[in-house]
Design a protein around this ligand. Structure first.
Ligand SMILES: NC(=O)c1ccc[n+]([C@@H]2O[C@H](COP(=O)([O-])OP(=O)(O)OC[C@H]3O[C@@H](n4cnc5c(N)ncnc54)[C@H](O)[C@@H]3O)[C@@H](O)[C@H]2O)c1
Length: 323
């Protein structure tokens, strides 16, 4: 059986990915340090879905200093998702973001060299496009104007990945995710926050005039794209490439809010505040390359995905509020 190392395995995307990899028959080594960005309990619940699987092994370690404790494993590829995520908090803590995201990624490369692992799938972000004016965003567009420290770290890691590809012939795919949502979504992200506030009969606080838009991508689509990227990486050599994994269908904030209120059957109650620093106006993925290279085809539309999120949110809250 082929063994894959997944960093950030207890996180939102990582936990969905581990479930898929285990279902596909891979051995999975998961790494996570339960970073305090959001509750450890939420991450423990994510992990509980597969922690006891006989093909899964968990290391509670920090990627910036603990990877060398992983001994004697025959790892074929790394899927590197661990990071300090979140745009707005990165403005308050640029040093923390640089350390975990950039030094952490360099430590992943160091580990890969020590273990002679030459396949890497890396979690980059649509945020590297900044306020790109050309729509939709294509991988060939210049990404030289990141507008948050978080975006800067992701761009920096893409560049670092190129350097290690060049020096050590590591096959690498950078995947640019576009606002991923679905069961287990991070509590700092809009859909999760909105559903929570509506459930508690609190007004929604919308930043900007409601015209900002995001290319919301359902987590199963993102994870199937990651899986295809892994297969592509395993089956090819001499690769360094960057691929958008979005939905190719930006949704305005006002429309998102309508869909959520409709799904929850509640009266709309919103207040508007100024745009937040670091937030981009719009994200919109050109997914032509993902389609050609990875046969990527997102399948879940927003209304269906929101319903699945709300169902998860309600079930989880029946088990006890974990915030
Ligand atoms: N969710 C999105 O919409 C989105 C969009 C673009 C890019 N991404 C990227 O995808 C990846 C996964 O995002 P997510 O939404 O699942 O976030 P998440 O915060 O749920 O998952 C990240 C995981 O990494 C772990 N982690 C953080 N620092 C670590 C460290 N030093 N050592 C070990 N583990 C550490 C965290 O504890 C967490 O479980 C991240 O790299 C993120 O930047 C996410």
């Amino acid at each position: 059986m082929v063994t894959i190392l997944v960093t950030g395995c207890a996180g939102f995307i990582g936990s969905h990915l581990c479930t898929l990899l285990l279902n596909k028959g891979f051995n999975v080594i998961g790494v996570d340090n339960f970073d305090t960005f959001y509750s450890r309990t939420a991450k423990e619940l994510n992990l509980a879905k597969f922690k006891a699987h006989p093909a899964f092994r968990f290391y509670e370690i920090d990627i910036t200093k603990g990877l060398d404790t992983i001994a004697g494993e025959n790892i074929k590829a790394v899927i590197h998702l661990a990071a300090k995520a979140g745009v707005r908090p990165s403005i308050d803590d640029p040093a923390g973001y640089l350390h975990v995201n950039i030094v952490g990624t360099q430590k992943v490369h160091e580990f890969m060299q020590a273990k002679a692992i030459d396949k890497l799938v890396f979690a980059s972000s649509s945020s590297v496009y900044g306020n790109n004016k050309k729509m939709p965003f294509s991988e060939d567009d210049p990404v030289d104007n990141p507008i948050s420290p978080y975006a800067f770290t992701k761009k920096a890691c893409e560049l670092m990945n190129y350097t290690f590809h060049h020096l050590y012939h590591i096959d690498i795919i950078n995947l640019r995710f576009f606002t991923v949502y679905g069961p287990g979504q991070r509590p700092d992200l809009a859909i999760h926050k909105f559903v929570e506030r509506i459930s508690k009969n609190q007004p929604l606080v919308l930043f900007g005039n409601g015209d900002t838009a995001r290319d919301y991508t359902y987590v199963d689509d993102t994870v199937s794209g990651i899986y295809s990227a892994l297969e592509y990486c395993l089956n090819n050599t001499g690769i360094y490439t960057t691929v958008n994994l979005g939905n190719n269908k930006p949704v305005k904030l006002t429309e998102l809010v309508e869909v959520i209120y409709a799904a929850m059957g509640k009266e709309k109650n919103v207040v508007y505040e100024d745009m937040q620093a670091g937030d981009v106006d719009i994200t919109f993925a050109d997914i032509t390359k993902a389609g050609k290279l990875l046969h990527y085809k997102p399948a879940t539309d927003l209304a269906a995905g929101i319903k699945k999120f709300i169902a998860w949110y309600n079930t989880r809250n029946e088990q006890g509020n974990i915030e």
